[in-house]
Ligand binder design. Structure first.
Ligand SMILES: [Zn+2]
Length: 322
């Protein structure tokens, strides 16, 4: 039994820390959380974009993070005290967290700093998506990535490595675009200040891009995708959309777009395990650079500040709560 604070999301702009004591059930491990990151979906919830399907409060809150196993339930054979794990469960905005075995967490890969291990869930999801997307492209393709958040930055790197001749990254925040350029994007465009369609027309000799990866999470992003895609091109959907929105599907039909969904979290357990292992291998090999994406950290007691600052100054990438 350990004492812990666990975050509860109560509604727009309101997160509280509840103090409680927890111990692992027979099929659970107790993990001392090292760091947890703010998922884009959590940020949308905090801003009030809460889907009707979500019942409040969300407790325990937070699903990205990792740490060290400090106790195991009597039926657990997969983990021992001292093992490092990454979260695929819930409750990471906390001092301690319970993960149910086998689905709630996965072993952290050896030789990776715990700081990066704590990004296991978002990293594995984004790298998996990059791999799925590169299966759809040919060497020389021109690809656009909409949204330069954590996922978009990982996607852009993977797509470039996967053979695209040009990777165009769009976002509304110039600092994120600058980071994308440093990490290898060929063209960066802020559609609020430049004419995205004109740039794409120019770059592709009037054809449109071969594939668009949508990682902005907004309806506007998805609608933008169908304005810059070539006939028979592919829209790869990464985002988890929180609100219903109108989609102009005229060209989806007219120009026979192919649509793929690339979210690792909704694949099988086996695919998830393979995806995570592959993601970290590629980071270890230097094919993905995620260290520049870690930009700010806050203590757990300042969790509200972390969300406030993320919203007021969205120029940074991953926010970490320790
Ligand atoms: Zn997430």
């Amino acid at each position: 039994m350990v004492k812990t604070r666990i975050a509860s999301f109560e509604g727009k702009g309101k997160v509280i820390l509840k103090e409680t004591s927890i111990k692992p059930a027979p099929d659970q491990v107790l993990v001392k959380i090292q760091q947890a990151s703010i998922c884009g979906t959590d940020k949308l919830f905090f801003q009030g974009e809460i889907p009707a399907e979500i019942h409040l409060p969300i407790f325990p809150w937070g699903h990205e993070g990792g740490g060290e196993v400090v106790a195991v339930g009597e039926k657990v054979r997969e983990y021992a005290v001292g093992d490092q794990v990454m979260s695929f469960g819930r409750g990471t905005y906390a001092d301690y967290c319970l993960f149910t075995v086998p689905y709630g967490c996965l072993s952290a890969p050896l030789g990776v700093p715990l700081e990066l291990t704590c990004l296991g869930e978002p990293l594995a999801c984004a790298v998996y998506a990059a791999q799925e997307i590169t299966k759809q492209i040919q060497i020389g393709d021109v690809v656009a990535v909409i949204g330069a958040g954590f996922a978009g930055q990982v996607l852009a790197q993977g797509i470039k490595r996967g053979g695209a001749s040009k990777v165009i990254v769009t976002d509304l925040i110039d600092e994120k675009l600058e980071l994308a350029r440093q990490l290898g994007a060929d063209v960066i465009i802020n559609p609020q200040t430049s004419d995205l369609e004109a740039v794409v027309t120019n770059l592709t000799d009037n054809r449109g891009v071969d594939l668009v990866a949508e990682a902005s999470g907004s309806g506007a992003g998805l609608n933008t995708a169908s304005t810059i895609l070539r006939r028979n091109g592919t829209i790869a959907i990464y985002s988890h959309y929180m609100k219903p929105f109108m989609v102009n599907m005229y060209r989806w039909h007219e120009d026979a777009f192919k649509i793929i969904h690339t979210c690792l979290m909704h694949r099988t357990r086996e695919e998830m395990a393979v995806g995570v292992r592959d993601a970290y291998r590629l980071v270890q090999q230097g094919l993905f650079d995620i260290t520049p994406l870690l930009t700010r950290s806050f203590s757990l007691s300042a969790i509200s500040d972390a969300f406030d600052q993320e919203i007021q100054d969205p120029s940074r990438e991953a926010e970490q709560i320790r």
